[in-house]
Write a protein that binds this ligand. Sequence first.
Ligand code: SF4
Ligand code: FES
Length: 248
Amino acid sequence: MNLTLKIWRQANVDAKGKMVTYYITDVSPDMSFLEMMDMHNEQLIGNGEDPVAFDHDCREGICGMCSMFINGEAHGPDRLVTTCQLHMRKFKDGDTITIEPFRANAFPVIKDLAVDRSAFDRIQQAGGFVSVNTSGNTQDANAIPIDKHDADKSFDAASCIGCGACVASCKNASAMLFVSAKVSQYALLPQGKVEATDRVINMVNQMDEEGFGNCTNTGACEVECPKGISLENVARMNREYLTASLKG
Ligand code: SF4
Ligand code: FES
């Protein structure tokens, strides 16, 4: 396939970025999107030009690093896949593909398509954990009976990979889907109940401090999420937050 790529180039956080047009030939439909980007970068390097910076790590849909806005959609046109799992067979010979970073005030551009998502780390650090007594009397987690329905819901929430597609897809740049997944995975389990009040208050406060927008229930986040995180987690987080606020 021969393709036209329109890629956002930005030297650093303070630089004024712009779309730059490139042409790439001999792209195999069996390549992953990132392999196509690698091939493009090899050509740029061969021409003595600066390669396009983009994040990636596992390339198997589990780390959440690959963050590209492709033809106006986070992670591109396929559903329930990350950019690294997107294949070039989803495009046609002669197509023009527009590639931008995940845009949000709370995700400043580092360079080109790479954005700083450390705001998510700080939200996690504010409460996305369970404290465990390691004195030697720790109860084996498998010894605590858990309703199958709750275990399944918790596992679904825990499949959030922290990619930020929900934020990039939201007109308000809201992080509610991400934060609600992290709150829900603990709220549903007995192990998470002990710190539930502080957890939801601290994580929501940190989310607001980082500058993410408010949720207005448009649902774009759920549509674009590569892991199918459900909006019911947002409803659960709102209930958890209300309960915690009344206790506080
Ligand atoms: S909720 Fe979905 S889109 Fe948002 S960070 Fe988690 S996996 Fe990515
Ligand atoms: S590179 Fe890890 S999810 Fe895409």
